[in-house]
Design a protein around this ligand. Structure first.
Ligand SMILES: [Fe+2]
Ligand SMILES: [Fe+2]
Length: 305
């Protein structure tokens, strides 16, 4: 049986994640929990919700995921492609989502890129135009998110700003995330929510190819980052959450269904000229809410606004 010090060291190494700590000691989670109980050590209760959040002006390191302690029940808002600053941005819908996050005591948020349009006004760009200058778009979007910044777990970089700003060394989504003190990732990554009763892995990114089948790109994401509970991408402005999964077998050979949700996180961009010109189908504006209950995905709500 591991000593108290060994248990503490394992918990410390894995930032409080009981499952990983247990495995490092060659134990199942249940065995480890029983030992901790016998040693009168607290696990989940011993760590505050915010303690392990990777915050600050944090560009999370590529090849590192994000570990966030969370309660067993929370609502995870997933949204992308607001294109704030575009003449076609549906600001009222964006405001409704921000208000919903603000009013929901157990809300968390992951935003999936293209938060701003990043086209200067007067410069039509394939049918796109902006209602404000780029610095104004950044400042205005940051201000809109200020009331909910403590609830935002991660912001992804999108393709807007590429190459206009990134070619001169400025990443608008990094500036937005940093101004809010929120973790940022320019590439897909996995957010691991460590809850008292389990672990939930949420794999996301912005997305790359808008012309291909929406599900196909999600499946590619799942091939690279397997065994996550939720996969989400933005970019193609589709809005859906489909239950998927795979049959798996436990150590006793018993089969069980391992669910995985495949999501595209919509947009707040109305039917822009560029989309009409390109004969792209109009898509509803909105966002997703994953309702996490008892440390599992109970449902994912598609909110059309
Ligand atoms: Fe977009
Ligand atoms: Fe995009």
């Amino acid at each position: 049986m591991p000593s108290r010090e060994q248990c503490l060291k394992a918990l410390d190494t894995y930032k409080g994640a009981v499952l990983e700590a247990a495995h490092s000691l060659g134990l199942s989670r249940h065995q480890f929990r029983r030992i901790l109980k016998n040693l009168n050590m607290k696990t989940s209760n011993g760590f505050s919700y915010e303690k392990w959040r990777n915050r600050g002006t944090t560009q999370i390191e590529i090849n590192k995921g994000l570990v966030i302690r969370a309660p067993d029940n929370f609502d995870l808002f997933k949204s992308s492609d607001w294109h704030a600053g575009s003449e076609s941005c549906y600001y009222q819908g964006l405001k409704e989502m921000v208000d919903a996050i603000h009013d929901d005591k157990r809300a968390r948020g992951i935003f999936g890129g293209d938060q701003m349009e990043i086209t200067p006004p007067g410069r039509h760009d394939g049918g796109r135009n902006s209602d404000s200058f780029i610095d104004g778009q950044l400042i205005r979007t940051g201000k809109a998110l200020e009331p909910i910044k403590e609830k935002i777990d991660l912001i992804y970089g999108g393709n807007h700003g590429k190459p206009r700003l990134t070619s001169v060394g400025i990443d608008p989504d990094l500036l937005l995330a940093s101004s809010l003190g929120v973790a940022y990732s320019p590439v897909p990554t996995v957010v691991r929510y460590v809850m008292p009763s389990g672990i939930l892995k949420v794999c996301g990114g912005h997305g790359k190819n808008a012309s291909q089948d929406s599900l196909r790109e999600l499946r590619r994401l799942r091939e690279i980052y397997p065994n996550c509970d939720i996969y989400h991408l933005g970019h193609d402005h589709s809005l859906f959450a489909e239950p998927d999964g795979a049959m798996e077998y436990d150590e006793n050979g018993d089969e069980f269904w391992s669910p995985a949700w495949m999501c595209r996180t919509g947009s707040f961009l109305r039917y822009g000229d560029y989309a009409r010109y390109g004969l792209m189908r109009p898509k509803p504006t909105g966002y997703l809410i994953a309702h996490i209950r008892k440390a599992k995905v109970a449902s994912i709500e598609v909110v059309k606004v």
